[in-house]
Design a protein around this ligand. Structure first.
Ligand SMILES: Cc1cc2nc3c(=O)[nH]c(=O)nc-3n(C[C@H](O)[C@H](O)[C@H](O)COP(=O)(O)OP(=O)(O)OC[C@H]3O[C@@H](n4cnc5c(N)ncnc54)[C@H](O)[C@@H]3O)c2cc1C
Length: 266
């Protein structure tokens, strides 16, 4: 680990001021990604601005047609929330399948979304449900927020304060987890919304989370697992690593999508 200055502000304004004052400052949320990165000397921020004491950034608010999750809300709280389970059961289900209990109790939705790991679960929820990422300066639709592998629309020092999910008519998430980390080898969220079916895939593509528009059109025409038979994602665009080939992940994404639809049909 390289040396850095540690700060623990009690308000969003103080955190913003601290981050803006230093070129190489980083926000610290649950630390589940950032701390291992620091330990391996893969990052050397000058300052860590710990968001853990900012009470206004934690918690879940369910409005008439939206679920708003504060950026510092840990995955375990989303998984355990009766309000989330009532409004968007797929969101609670997805949060409950992230990593292990330690990761779920420390890791936060803001950290996960800011990190935009290509195998993370929340990006599929954001894109599949059509969420809006709320930051200290603007509201960013999920489509514009996720910009590729570990890339987002966030500007330096811009902070996520919450993620706002519209309540769908129904939704389901299916993932095939890596047996060691539980990260998605392929994870698919299928949502039925008043504007049509949305299908978001994580874990599979080299470009990170994406909407599978061919699957959406097929499901809009006939909402059944069979509607997806014959659709194929391009294997050459998928992640190929020691855990699986591109062809394997492309196949898995199709299987997960069919399972999500089957689950929605009961
Ligand atoms: C063993 C293990 C297994 C895991 N398995 C899974 C899994 O199955 N599925 C899954 O989706 N994830 C998984 N994760 C990741 C985990 O879910 C964390 O959510 C993720 O690492 C980042 O969240 P964090 O709160 O720990 O953020 P941190 O590690 O603290 O920060 C991550 C990045 O986000 C930035 N950041 C944090 N908060 C904000 C904010 N509010 N605004 C702007 N930038 C911010 C930080 O500066 C940093 O760059 C796993 C992690 C581990 C260690």
């Amino acid at each position: 680990m390289f040396t850095f200055s540690y700060h623990r502000p009690a308000s969003v304004d103080d955190a913003l001021a601290l981050a803006a004052a230093e070129d190489e400052a980083k926000y610290l949320a649950g630390g589940q990604t950032l701390l291992p990165t620091l330990k391996q000397r893969l990052a050397s921020p000058s300052d860590l601005v710990d968001l853990g004491d900012i009470a206004e950034m934690s918690g879940i608010r369910v409005e008439e047609d939206r679920v708003v999750v504060g950026a510092m809300t840990p995955h375990a709280d989303v998984a355990a929330s009766a309000a989330v389970r009532a409004a968007i059961p797929a969101l609670a289900d997805l949060a409950g399948r992230i990593g292990d209990p330690a990761v779920r109790n420390r890791g936060t939705i803001g950290g996960s979304v800011a990190n935009n790991d290509p195998s993370a679960d929340y990006p599929a929820a954001c894109l599949g449900l059509g969420a809006t990422i709320l930051t200290t300066v603007r509201e960013i639709p999920a489509e514009a927020f996720f910009q590729g592998l570990f890339e987002t629309a966030l500007a330096p020092a811009e902070m996520i304060t919450a993620v706002s999910f519209p309540v769908p008519l129904r939704a389901a998430y299916e993932k095939f987890p890596n047996p060691a980390s539980r990260y998605a080898m392929a994870g698919v969220l299928v949502a039925v919304t008043p504007a049509g079916v949305r299908v978001a895939v994580t874990g599979a593509s080299q470009a990170g989370v994406f909407r599978w528009t061919e699957a959406e059109a097929a499901l809009d025409a006939a909402f059944a697992p069979e509607a997806l038979v014959g659709l194929a994602l391009p294997a050459e665009d998928m992640i190929a690593d020691i855990h699986g080939s591109g062809a394997y992940r492309a196949h898995l994404a199709g299987v997960m999508a069919r399972r999500a639809v089957a689950r929605l049909l009961g």
